[in-house]
Design a protein around this ligand. Structure first.
Ligand code: PLP
Length: 377
């Protein structure tokens, strides 16, 4: 088989046409209101509320600052512990640490690779203040079980929903669960504003607090009431976000077809496991991860390298995992004994190229390379 002439990357962002963008830019430039809660910003927040089916939305310049602000807004006691998953992007535990809180890692469950609710309670101490689960790859956490645990122990729940834009559980927008959910609009996400993100929450009492924290804690020309940050989204980001809101559904439909082609090709391949999406969930189609089990002929790393030889760039999300990172590996909860599933899967999982423009022939060829790898010596 010949290698692909052009590199096949793991994702490709949706981008609006310049024809549609230019008149909006002209409008922004004419008005000269380019940031600080402008017209496009406010419109974007309102449209997001409808699309995400949530009560409140606050947009941010990126998802990490949004997550930092979410943790800050909940006034968690300084130095308290926040239970999270090691199977996520670095921003998740970093947002906990930047708030002078301590991340405690809990193992994951093997199918969806989200935090395992049956292992959360053993991590709870007198010093635990919150749980920060991640809806990883687009697979929702077990929100009901997490909710029960949180209520029983009086803990806050902040979901990292960077991967689940527009997902629903039994028709309910995923941003309705827990106290606050963060969504990322980074270019690698299904829906993007190049950089950006938002928080969704049902408690109206959080609205002013989040608004102030996002703007340095300033509430008037001469009054600063909180230790805030600059989390404001500018008008150009908001304009791109607004245009992409008209494009992401089509992208999602195309990705569902790509997902179907991959599943059709790989479902009977021995040694390849395709994580199953729960039936009551509409997928965000963020990533297409597969798990290379021990009975596949070659290892995940060998498969990663073989695909690269054919110009196919997969990603080892997540390897290493957050508990392996320098600042976190010293934590008691980072021990391999505490995280057996995450440490096993980190060496087996591989995210395949996944975006709407990926045509069936390309998917078929990628799958042929994978299948051939199973029969090689
Ligand atoms: C799981 C997860 N959390 C947080 C983030 C941070 O979001 P942002 O890049 O918008 O700051 C990302 C990705 O970028 C992510 O994948």
């Amino acid at each position: 088989m010949n290698k692909f002439e052009e590199a096949i990357l793991v994702t490709k962002p949706i981008i609006p046409s310049l024809k549609d963008l230019n008149p909006i830019l002209e409008d922004i430039f004419a008005k000269k209101w380019v940031t600080n809660h402008g017209e496009k910003h406010n419109l974007f927040e309102n449209r997001l509320k409808e699309i995400l089916k949530v009560k409140n939305v606050s947009v941010f310049n990126n998802g990490t600052i949004a997550l930092l602000t979410a943790l800050k807004a909940l006034d968690l006691p300084l130095g308290s512990e926040v239970i999270t998953t090691p199977f996520t992007f670095a921003a998740t535990p970093h947002a906990i640490s930047w708030n002078n809180l301590n991340p405690v890692f809990c193992d994951i469950e093997p199918n969806t690779m989200t935090i395992d609710p049956s292992k959360i309670e053993e991590q709870i101490t007198d010093n635990t203040s919150a749980i920060l689960p991640v809806h990883v790859y687009g697979f929702p956490c077990d929100v009901d079980k997490i909710d029960k645990i949180a209520k029983k122990h009086d803990l806050k729940v902040i979901y990292d929903g960077a991967h689940v834009f527009s997902s629903e559980i039994d028709g309910v927008g995923i941003g309705n669960f827990g106290d606050i959910t963060m969504f990322s609009f980074h270019a690698t996400k299904l829906f993007n504003s190049i950089e950006g993100g938002c928080l969704s929450y049902n408690n109206d009492g959080l609205r002013d607090k989040i608004y102030n924290l996002r703007n340095f804690g300033i509430i008037g020309e001469e009054e600063v009431v909180d230790i805030g940050i600059n989390g404001k989204m500018n008008e150009i980001q908001a304009a791109i976000g607004l245009l992409n809101l008209d494009l992401f559904e089509e992208e999602k439909n195309k990705r569902m077809k790509v997902r179907k082609s991959y599943i059709e090709n790989l479902k009977d391949v021995e040694g390849i496991r395709i994580p199953k999406a729960p039936k009551n969930v509409t997928l965000s189609t963020q990533y297409f991860p597969i798990v290379i089990e021990d009975n596949f002929n070659i290892s995940r790393d060998e498969l990663y390298n073989r695909l690269k030889e054919y110009n196919v760039y997969t990603r080892k999300y997540f390897y290493p995992i957050c508990s392996d990172f320098e600042p976190y590996k010293v934590l008691k909860s980072s021990s391999e004994d505490n995280l057996p599933i995450a440490n096993d899967i980190k060496n087996k999982v591989l995210c395949l190229p996944f975006y709407g423009e990926l045509n069936k022939d390309t998917v078929d060829k990628i799958c042929e390379i994978i299948k051939e790898s199973n029969y090689h010596d």
